[in-house]
Write a protein that binds this ligand. Structure first.
Ligand code: BEZ
Ligand code: FE
Length: 300
């Protein structure tokens, strides 16, 4: 693909074509058909890209240096390659491909780096806030399959940042908060207290942050509350809900927002009685409903 550079001679074009072909041919002996498909497609697209932008050798070096820095930024707590994938929309595209629309199944979105295994269990109506501060938010809904059957005992993992935009794993001490797991009741219903989500930036003190700054993009994520929902025999759902009216819905740095996941977090005036009689003094609170539908495992 050299359409934007019509000045390339036939001789030049045929040398470049020949190189692509020789590289593709080098994979001819690949025994694993899927690996062969992936490698040859990757080579075709990579060469197309190089030829389309007529990459200079200096730019190639800059690209290599950038990827090297991304690698150096990675450790057991920080995965800069996933952040790069997220900010290029590659994570969301992979999620879209692998969670194909099925009936009214709830849409999936990006997992993010802040999930923790073994978050504390809360009972129905319990509070996930722990050490995380913010405006109390009552979250309730149901979990069903696509035939409308209530899913009793579905496991719901929830996690979120505090009002300052930090997950507990980013605290410099061992406090935990803003995360828990719970199970739906016999009617497939759930309810819990959380905190009203607020916007926060993805980690942007590394090469991905430099890329965002150099391209005039914001690191901010639209306010959201993460869910992972599992029930035996159904497709696991990893998603979030977003706050309608949030200023970052159309510029979410990882392209995670789906219209179907934007919910009304309804602010309750001071003194409004809470659903479970909890006393909140003269503070405000909010409430949101999120009804979840799980697809069959082989839904395509
Ligand atoms: C998050 O929502 O937690 C997140 C997702 C992708 C990248 C960084 C953070
Ligand atoms: Fe998040």
């Amino acid at each position: 693909m050299t359409q934007s550079h019509p000045e390339i001679s036939e001789e030049q074009r045929s040398r470049e074509d020949a190189l692509v072909q020789v590289v593709l041919d080098s994979f001819e002996q690949t025994g694993d058909a899927r690996l062969k498909e992936i490698m040859t497609s990757a080579v075709r697209h990579l060469h197309s890209f190089l030829r389309e932008v007529r990459l200079t050798e200096g730019e190639w070096k800059q690209g290599i240096d950038f990827l090297t820095t991304v690698g150096h930024m990675c450790d057991e707590r920080r995965q800069e390659f996933i952040l790069l994938s997220d900010t290029l929309g590659a994570s969301m595209q992979t999620i879209a491909i692998n969670n194909e629309a099925y009936a009214d199944a709830t849409e999936a979105t990006v997992f993010g780096p802040f999930f923790v295994e073994d978050a504390p269990r809360v009972e129905l109506g319990g509070d996930i806030a722990g050490a995380a501060t913010g405006q109390p938010c009552w979250v309730e809904g149901t979990v069903q399959d696509t035939e409308g059957n209530a899913l009793a005992g579905a496991r719901i993992e929830v996690w979120e940042a505090d009002e300052d935009g930090f997950y507990d794993v980013q605290y410099d001490d061992a406090r935990t908060g803003g995360r828990a797991h719970l199970f739906t009741d016999d009617e497939g219903a759930y309810r819990f207290w959380a905190i009203t989500p607020t916007p926060y930036p993805i980690p942007h003190d590394g090469p991905v942050g430099l890329m965002l700054a150099a391209t005039g993009r914001s690191p901010m994520r639209a306010s959201h509350l993460h869910f992972m929902v599992t029930a035996p025999g159904l497709r696991t759902l990893v998603t979030h809900i977003f706050v309608r009216g949030d200023g970052y819905l159309s510029s979410d740095s990882v392209f995670g927002v789906k219209e179907s996941l934007v919910k009304d977090f309804i602010e309750q005036p001071k003194g409004t009685p809470t659903p479970d009689g909890r006393e909140l003094g003269d503070g405000t609170w909010s409430r949101v409903r999120f009804d979840i539908v799980l697809a069959p495992p082989d839904a395509v």
